[in-house]
Design a protein around this ligand. Sequence first.
Ligand code: 5GP
Ligand code: ZN
Length: 139
Amino acid sequence: MSDCIFCKIVSGEIGASKVYEDKYTLAFLDINPVNKGHVLVIPKKHFDTVLDMPEDEGVALAKASVKVGKAVRKATNCEGINLLHNIGKAAGQLVFHAHVHLIPRFSHDSMRLGWDRKQYANSAEQEEFRKKVSEAVGK
Ligand code: 5GP
Ligand code: ZN
């Protein structure tokens, strides 16, 4: 994708602080880290989101993310890590080239996920959602 910023990083057209690469993936420092040592792991091939990736390429991305996640933990001495994908605009995705965030976390840092939890109205509604998702898995 010629206008994709992460494709340009893969091709070398734009620089990045690379920390790891293999045949399928590349990892580099996020330019605006939530905490220092915040890394992005991306597939070298362009996919808009991780949900557009074939399973084997997804596996390669997950393997690289675990490997680099361990390195981020070791290098930053963080107390935790948020490993997350923002998938779609509503979920906060700004760059539409699939990527995994590895964000080192500390007990008193400034990052807030702000989850506002809901409840199912009753067990029938819960079952309705279980059924819908479960049936969609096979399709
Ligand atoms: P998203 O909101 O799409 O999940 O996150 C995209 C991330 O890419 C952001 O955290 C942003 O700081 C990072 N980013 C955007 N442009 C560049 C860039 O040119 N270089 C690097 N290293 N990171 C970038
Ligand atoms: Zn791309």
